[in-house]
Design a protein around this ligand. Structure first.
Ligand code: FAD
Length: 471
């Protein structure tokens, strides 16, 4: 049985037909029902089967989103927000059909406030668009998932990336949001103040809600000053355990590392070939430091010494921007390089996160499991947060391979939960991880369901995601 069948959503044919008619009339060419565009809006990047919506609307303003949501609410039709579709757990699938709201035309940068280190953007602005816009201000937005995701999608999945160890995730970097709720009303969750004790934290309720509570139509984000100096490099290790122990020691010593990324030997082989890197085919850490010239040199030296104590090195580091850019481009392309390890295969990308003290144990047990199960599955990780990814390469036309990959992922999730970690550090629950939420949070799932029922009593907002079916 496919994962998406575990949480089915009934189709409301009559309601869908009514909404298709309304939206055609209201949005004309901006409402599309062709098969290719519908499938593209539900494509899952991984092997989870596509479940296309019945139509896609290219909304341009908050009042338009309100109109769409009100039409869907009146006819009890699902409504699914769409950024760029790079999420990995079936998030944008439409198991009960419905309407996809594509936010790519809501791509205005509404304000940048350099003195306050913040900006307000529409949800369709991508992280790269924003950083291009900020280039001359001396500021940047640090959250960098491997894909050029939309900021609305990133808030909705509580995304992070290589910089999170220093700058936090979307949870720490969204100051406030505007969202259209299931009844069509507009909610503003806060102002621009850096902190607030004003009542329930609605910003953080919506961050990570995966479009199941409301459609985000603007976001106020924290910005950071571009550091005066940056140093970084790659350090090889004899074993994965030695690399993980170096991460733990670096964090525990309070070295303000900006990025510390783990790559196992198989992933390194893929990156060497794909990105033409000249490093040994062994576990490696990609590391970066931000600060003053003297500060980043000192931090790099100290890190090199810690690595040496664990048998690692040499740690070759540089402050030259082009060399660093090549390394981080290779790291961001890890997903694509992995696919070359088994041409024709698709990847199941899964992520877990554990307390940093359990990282070495969790990663080494996982690598042993991969070997025992005979999988081709490289590992990369935002190791400074205790977060790592496994990309299982498989033939998606072979049910036995899918079953084996799902078994592996289940064991990985349960291992992370048993180590007081989580079944997802940054990708989110979507459809793929619905079955693990109760193992992790127990009664917390019932509280989430109560919130969902209060805010979306008709269950129209991205139904079939996050929450397991009641009963
Ligand atoms: C190669 C690759 C590398 C990746 N690396 C990382 C990584 O390092 N870290 C990481 O965190 N993720 C990573 N991801 C996953 C993905 O990029 C993130 O989950 C990202 O945040 C999704 O953004 P999106 O714009 O693609 O959203 P979509 O996929 O379009 O949507 C994701 C979810 O958000 C909801 N949503 C979208 N827009 C809105 C809105 N305006 N309001 C309410 N809900 C909305 C959707 O309904 C859906 O549930 C990676 C993906 C790929 C393909």
């Amino acid at each position: 049985m496919a994962l998406s069948d575990l949480n089915p959503v009934e189709r409301n044919e009559e309601g869908i037909a009514a909404v298709l008619g309304i939206l055609k009339q209201q949005f004309g060419e901006r409402f599309q029902t062709g098969e290719a565009i519908r499938s593209q809006h539900a494509h899952t990047t991984t092997y989870i089967p596509t479940q296309a919506p019945d139509g896609v609307v290219f909304a341009e303003t908050t009042p338009e989103v309100q109109e769409i949501v009100r039409a869907c609410a009146a006819h009890r039709v699902p409504v699914i927000a769409f950024g760029v579709g790079s999420s990995l757990e079936g998030h944008t699938n439409a198991p009960g059909g419905g309407i996809s709201i594509d936010t790519s035309r809501m791509n205005r940068i509404l304000s940048v406030n350099p003195q306050d280190l913040d900006c307000t953007v529409e949800p369709g602005v991508t992280r790269e668009d924003l950083n291009r816009h900020l280039r001359d201000t001396g500021l940047f937005f640090p959250i960098d998932p491997g894909a050029n995701a939309s900021l609305g999608g990133m808030a909705a999945t509580r995304a992070s990336g290589t910089n999170a160890v220093r700058y936090g995730t979307m949870r720490e970097n969204v100051l406030s949001l505007t969202a259209v709720m299931a009844d069509g009303e507009v909610l503003t969750t806060g102002k621009r103040a850096k902190k607030s004790s004003a009542g329930y934290d609605l910003t953080r309720l919506l961050v990570g809600s995966e479009g199941t509570l409301g459609i985000i139509t603007s976001l106020t984000l924290r910005l950071q000053g571009i550091p005066q100096a940056i140093s970084g490099g790659v350090c090889p290790f004899p074993t994965l355990e030695a690399a993980c122990n170096t991460v733990i020691a670096t964090i525990q010593m309070g070295i303000p590392v900006a990025r510390i990324e783990l790559v196992n030997a198989l992933q390194m082989r893929a990156m060497k070939n794909y990105s033409k890197l000249d490093y040994p085919e062994s576990p490696c850490l990609f590391v970066e430091f931000h600060g003053s010239d003297a500060g980043v040199a000192e931090q790099a030296e100290t890190f090199g010494m810690i690595a040496e104590e664990q048998g690692g090195g040499p740690f070759l580091w540089t402050s030259v921007a082009e060399e660093r850019t090549k390394l981080w481009k290779a790291r961001h392309d890890a997903y694509w390089s992995s696919l070359t390890l088994r041409p024709g295969a698709k990847g199941l990308s899964t992520d877990v996160c554990v307390p940093i003290s359990r990282l070495a144990e969790c990663v080494t047990e996982t690598e042993a499991d991969i070997a025992e199960m005979g999988l081709i599955a490289p590992i990369v990780g935002h190791a400074g947060d205790g977060n790592f990814h496994v990309l299982v390469l498989m033939d998606v036309d072979n049910p036995q391979e899918i079953a084996l990959a799902e078994k592996f992922v289940a064991r990985l999730n349960m291992r992370a939960i048993a180590m007081e970690g989580t079944c997802t550090g940054e990708h989110g629950i979507g459809q793929g991880k619905v079955g693990f939420l109760r193992h992790e949070l127990g009664h917390g799932v019932d509280v989430m369901r109560t919130i969902k029922q209060a805010l979306d009593p008709l269950n129209i907002m991205n139904p079939g995601k996050i929450l397991p079916r009641a009963g």
